[in-house]
Design a protein around this ligand. Structure first.
Ligand SMILES: C[S@@+](CC[C@H](N)C(=O)[O-])C[C@H]1O[C@@H](n2cnc3c(N)ncnc32)[C@H](O)[C@@H]1O
Length: 312
């Protein structure tokens, strides 16, 4: 089950941005297959510690094996929005670095039965934790057309969101929306013929949107990144890789709110609201993959890394 691998993206800049002290305590909020975690452990001293989190039981299984091999590492099965209780549970109040490598792992995409990919025939599921919530095929049975348009437009930036939503719900009512290929087919035929053969497959954005929706990815990011900034020790780093513009905007805005918290009107000569910055950017303009990495790993094409530091 766990023979699928994941090549970590932006590995060097991500680790450089995450590690601030080899003796420190760190969190990998998105363990996946542990590519980034293993690299961080190589650079930690005997005193350093790393906590791995993931909501996917298969990722947790891999993490538990690593925890048996390396006493500096602990693995917990939780959504990253549960980071605060995870930290409380192991008795860490502040940490020196927290890393997020958002989105799905290659093993999730590559296993047809997980239902993430329109390139593989499988049940229309897309849950990162298959033991929680409902698969996409079930959620679609109770969504209104209006809400579905909002999901596809808001989370997928899909310009044909209205046509897609109508066609998807028609297929749902006909009992023909149970598999990835059925959804792919509906997406393909609901865009105008001249939009069917561009560089991006017509189903790409809708698959992304439904995945974000069914996993409440933005709700998770909002609560976890806010809590992560509060749990960083002074000088500690937040290092985040995102994979599409909606996700990256969210990270940027959450950090910006901590970098520029002052709410005084612009015309005020000095701040009177008393809200002072708690974070500063180390890397505001997103770091992108090098040409070499792009050649080796196509997943790195859309990766964007931002890094910020906790202030006193
Ligand atoms: C891109 S992969 C991480 C790969 C990892 N950095 C590596 O090198 O193997 C993202 C992982 O984050 C997990 N994940 C995504 N959202 C999560 C959430 N809200 N809470 C916990 N884990 C999450 C996914 O299950 C997936 O395993």
């Amino acid at each position: 089950m766990n023979t699928y691998t994941h090549i970590p993206v932006l590995a060097e800049p991500f680790i450089d941005g995450w590690l601030t002290d080899p003796d420190g305590y760190y969190v990998d909020a998105t363990f996946g297959r542990g590519g980034h975690s293993r690299m961080l452990l190589q650079r930690l001293s005997e005193k350093g510690r790393l906590l791995g989190l993931d909501r996917d039981p298969q990722a947790v299984e891999v993490g538990r094996v690593l925890a048996q091999e390396d006493a500096r590492f602990t693995m917990l099965h939780t959504d990253f929005s549960g980071m605060e209780s995870a930290l409380e549970g192991i008795g860490w109040s502040k940490v020196q670095g927290i890393g997020f490598d958002l989105g799905v792992s290659s093993p999730q995409m590559d296993q047809a039965e997980r239902g993430f990919s329109f390139q593989r025939e499988g049940p229309l599921d897309m849950r990162m934790n298959p033991d929680e919530g409902q698969p996409v095929s079930e959620r679609l049975k109770s969504v209104t057309e209006r809400d579905l348009v909002q999901v596809i437009r808001g989370f997928g930036d899909e310009r044909f969101a209205g046509r897609m939503a109508r066609a998807i719900l028609k297929a749902v009512h006909a009992g023909e929306m149970e598999t990835t290929k059925q959804l792919e087919n509906v997406c393909f035929h609901s865009v105008p013929p001249k939009a069917r053969h561009g560089s991006t497959h017509p189903a790409t954005r809708t698959f992304q949107a439904l995945r974000i929706w069914v996993n409440d990815e933005y709700g998770q990011i909002d609560s976890a990144v806010t809590s992560a900034m509060q749990h960083l020790a002074v000088g500690g780093h937040l290092s985040v890789i995102s994979f599409h513009s909606g996700e990256d905007r969210r990270i940027r805005d959450l950090v910006e709110a901590a970098v520029h918290p002052c709410q005084c009107p612009r015309e005020f000569p000095i701040c009177v609201c008393g809200k002072t910055p708690t974070m500063k950017w180390v890397q505001k303009k997103p770091v992108r993959a090098s040409e070499d990495e792009l050649d080796e790993n196509t997943r790195s094409r859309s990766a964007m890394l931002r890094i910020a530091q906790r202030l006193p």
